[in-house]
Design a protein around this ligand. Structure first.
Ligand SMILES: *Cc1c(COP(=O)(O)O)cnc(C)c1O
Length: 394
């Protein structure tokens, strides 16, 4: 029995039900791979950030198991009071080498990385300038600072310049923050223009490349590498939880930023560091990426194939420049219904609706992976065709 009945929450949950957007969490029975088992039924998985299939790679599993035998399962403390192990330092060095950067500082997740880094590097008297479609973890990071904030229209360089012009000279530091790859539409930030504007107005730059890490650029070095902008962006965030296949986040930066974060990044000071098994698996993953770009090639081939097939059927797949493939349905309830139908036909594709994306732009977001076989993609396309015809969408 609880102390209060929490009626005010019940009303909100009832409203979700009325809006047709109430859901329970799906339950994965077994591993996250190109096919998954849900409700005892095998289906093609179009809803994973496991872009390269590394979450189940034998080399990563072996590295984690060996390391758990030697170091145990938990780091035992925050880094400062010696949860910091030699393997954490090794992962940072390996990532710095991979990213062609002076330093890398690791966090327990990409979310922690944004919250911890933004909060540590700006303060009262500074201005954060943020793209309106930036990820929630950036928004939360900005909320934790006493800096002023300004929002520019999504990827609108005229609007960004307007904000910079209006505020030039008024602040100690102006920090421009953008996602590298926007996760709901799969479009890229206009990094060359952003860097140029930052130089013109004396701002510093911060790119959250969670969906670009392991996907964009040479060997998956990211969106900054894709545009040839090494040493032009001050803070480059990556996640270890998506294409890298494990768990964690990091910021690539220079030596002095690294030293400052070591003293002031709150998730590192007040939360236990990455587990030894995860850390070792991340090291093995980065080593694989440095050795070969075969998985990236397979990922891009698969994405191109899938997008072309859906486009030919008449679906609206937006303007993605990456393997993220949104199939835009529009109406929220209709989107949920479409996703449910796909599931009946053996395909799992998540419905993404307001408030994650603007009202009226509900979509089934398809995440293509190097792990998908052509047969699995064909099965998915057939399910889209059937569901689309059932509902009169195509
Ligand atoms: C997924 C994501 C994150 C969070 O990364 P996690 O490692 O899952 O916490 C941060 N930023 C962006 C843009 C993301 O897409």
């Amino acid at each position: 029995m609880s102390v209060h009945d929490l009626k005010f929450l019940e009303e909100k949950v009832d409203q979700l039900k009325k809006d047709g957007v109430y859901r329970t969490l799906p339950v994965l029975e077994g591993k996250n791979s190109s096919t998954i088992v849900l409700d005892g039924k095998e289906m093609v998985n179009l809803s994973s950030n496991n872009y390269l299939g590394l979450a189940n790679h034998p080399k990563l599993k072996e590295a984690a198991i060996k390391t758990i035998e030697k170091y145990g399962v938990g780091a035992g403390a925050v880094r400062t009071i010696i949860g910091n192990m030699d393997i954490h330092e090794e992962l940072e060095k390996k990532l710095a080498e991979f990213k062609h950067t002076e330093r890398v500082f690791i966090y327990q997740s990409g979310y922690d990385c944004n919250v911890g880094t933004v909060q540590a590097i700006v303060e009262k008297g500074d201005l954060v300038i943020s793209d309106e479609l930036n990820h929630a973890s950036i928004i939360d990071g900005i909320r934790m600072t006493k800096a002023d904030k300004a929002i520019f229209k999504h990827s609108d360089m005229e609007d960004l310049e307007r904000v910079l012009k209006e505020n030039a000279g008024k602040y100690k530091t102006m920090l421009i923050i953008t996602d590298g790859v926007f996760s709901m539409d799969g479009d890229l930030a206009k990094l060359p223009e952003i860097v140029e504007l930052a130089e013109k107005y004396g701002a510093i730059t911060y790119v959250d490349d969670a969906h670009g890490s392991g996907v964009m650029g040479s060997h998956g070095r990211g969106t900054v590498d894709h545009f040839g902008l090494h040493d032009k962006v001050d803070f480059v965030i990556g996640t270890l939880s998506k294409a890298i296949g494990v768990k964690g986040g990091y910021v690539a930066c220079n030596e002095v930023a690294y030293q400052w974060l070591n003293h002031r990044a709150r998730p590192v000071l007040f939360s236990t560091t990455l587990s030894p098994g995860d850390t070792a698996a991340c090291i093995a993953s980065v080593e694989l990426l440095m050795e070969s770009d075969e998985l990236q090639k397979k990922l891009w081939d698969n994405a191109k194939y899938f997008k072309e097939r859906l486009g030919k059927l008449g679906f609206n797949t937006g303007h993605s420049e990456t393997p993220i493939t949104p199939v835009i349905i529009g109406d929220e309830a209709k989107t949920m219904e479409f996703s449910k139908k796909l599931r009946e036909y053996g395909v799992f594709g998540s419905a993404i609706v307001f408030p994650t994306v603007p009202k009226g732009t509900g979509r089934v977001r398809c995440m293509i992976s190097a792990a998908h076989s052509k047969e699995e993609l064909d099965k998915a396309v057939a399910a889209f065709e059937k569901a689309g015809k059932d509902m009169g969408i195509i």
